[in-house]
Design a binder for this molecule. Structure first.
Ligand SMILES: Nc1ncnc2c1ncn2[C@@H]1O[C@H](COP(=O)(O)OP(=O)(O)OP(=O)(O)O)[C@@H](O)[C@H]1O
Ligand SMILES: [Mg+2]
Length: 398
């Protein structure tokens, strides 16, 4: 049985299309989101677009090579971009989630109140460690960059969550939390004015507060209460902001690239994500399978290569025969790995036959400079995706 090939994903076409304004790179942890986002941004800039890449927690060497030495939440011009023809520029920034949160507070509260909120211990832990804050702030920053309208393409990297879906879910969860009932419940006694307020509350509520106090401690509860009172003017704003960006993600001009390693777990996550995008009417451009292994001599099958190694072993031993035997065995191993990766990718395509797929070869080393990003970007050429032994599908093994 021959597996059906997926339609090739033409990333170059996507970035050359001026109507594409936002590209979101998602996927589960460690699959190459930051690398692909940077490579897409660089390639788009070198093909003439004004691009900003929003990265989340890039490896230090990659950040340095993009001219990002500090976490200052501002897009910086990336030096060394070789724009092809007129125009074309690349800015990059690293997301500073705490700074982004602080800026929202500063923009929505008068200076005294803002200072009070920023100094509040509950706010401080919420803004630097609450699960979902990073996703919320990545979306917030995307919204700000889009409103600034200084770039014609925004490429967004997403936070390193275990599940790719967190990027879509966490902002609304945090928004709901911030303007939600739990916080209102907690703050009720403070709002109603301490003891007097408590009198009008029923026993049930008293029990709730008691339990919550036991769990989170009375100091923290007081912090939460003062935080919520201080944030009063911003209630509703959080959910609204999350919803604005959510709408942006569904708008024409946005494209999602789902990234996966050629491994079972990553491809399963990618599958969930693709289904979710479909359900929510979000525009999926396709799947990028990153770090695939191919052999430069794909015509030499596993069986023939192992048979040749065995034949050589029967001959008198020499340095060159030992070398050849090792090379043949390594080749067989690489071919097996390639076949297994291909089967996994075919499993994805069997479930989602219409989702375009691009494959990016595994590089011998980590990708940490512009040249490395350029090499990754070469695979965005759809012609190359169609050619066997490069990054396209390999021929069947004998
Ligand atoms: N095609 C590739 N070949 C070789 N190395 C790669 C390739 N793509 C990414 N890498 C390397 O893999 C590592 C993880 O990549 P990256 O940081 O982009 O993943 P991520 O999905 O952003 O991770 P996280 O979920 O932690 O944010 C990096 O060291 C990167 O240089
Ligand atoms: Mg990353």
């Amino acid at each position: 049985m021959t597996a059906k090939s997926p339609p090739p994903l033409a990333v170059d076409q996507l970035i050359d299309d001026r109507r594409t304004r936002i590209i979101v790179c998602c996927g589960s942890g460690g699959v190459g989101k930051t690398t692909i986002a940077a490579a897409v941004g660089l390639r788009a800039a070198e093909r003439g677009r004004h691009v900003v890449v929003l990265t989340v927690d890039p490896a230090r060497r990659l950040a340095q090579s993009m001219g990002l030495s500090s976490l200052d939440n501002t897009p910086r011009l990336v030096p060394g971009v070789q724009a092809d023809g007129p125009g074309g520029s690349l800015h990059a920034m690293m997301l500073d989630m705490k700074r982004t949160f602080d800026e929202i507070v500063e923009a929505h509260a008068d200076p005294d109140r803002a200072a009070q909120i920023l100094a509040n211990p509950f706010y401080q832990s919420l803004s630097s460690s609450f699960a979902g804050t990073q996703e919320y702030m990545a979306m917030e920053k995307l919204g700000q960059l889009r409103r600034a309208d200084e770039w014609d393409l925004i490429v967004v990297d997403t936070p390193p969550s275990r599940s790719a879906l967190d990027f879509l879910d966490a902002p609304q969860r945090l928004g709901r939390f911030l303007d939600g009932r739990l916080l209102r419940l907690l703050v009720a006694p403070a709002r109603l004015g301490g003891r007097t307020g408590l009198k009008v509350l029923n026993v049930g509520f008293g029990m709730v507060t008691g339990v919550v106090t036991k769990i989170i401690g009375s100091q923290l509860l007081r912090d939460v209460q003062t935080f919520v009172s201080a944030m009063d003017t911003m209630f509703g704003g959080f959910r609204e902001r999350a919803e604005y960006t959510y709408r942006l993600l569904r708008a024409p001009g946005t494209a999602f690239l789902v990234i996966a390693a050629p491994e079972q777990d990553a491809l399963r996550e990618a599958s969930y994500f693709v289904e979710r995008l479909e359900r929510d009417g979000m525009p999926l451009a396709g799947l990028i399978v990153n770090r695939v292994h191919r052999s430069p001599a794909a015509r030499l099958s596993v069986a023939r290569s192992l048979a040749a190694a065995e034949a050589l072993q029967g001959l008198p031993e020499s340095d060159s025969s030992r070398l050849a035997i090792t090379a043949l065995r390594l080749h067989a191993e690489r071919m097996r790995q390639a076949a297994s990766e291909r089967r996994l990718a075919e499993g994805f395509t069997a479930a989602h036959p219409f989702v375009p797929v691009a494959q990016i070869p595994a590089q011998p080393d980590d990708v940490h400079d512009l040249d490395g990003l350029r090499t990754i970007g070469v695979a965005f050429d759809p012609e190359l995706q169609r050619r066997p032994d490069t990054c396209g599908p390999s021929p069947a093994m004998a």
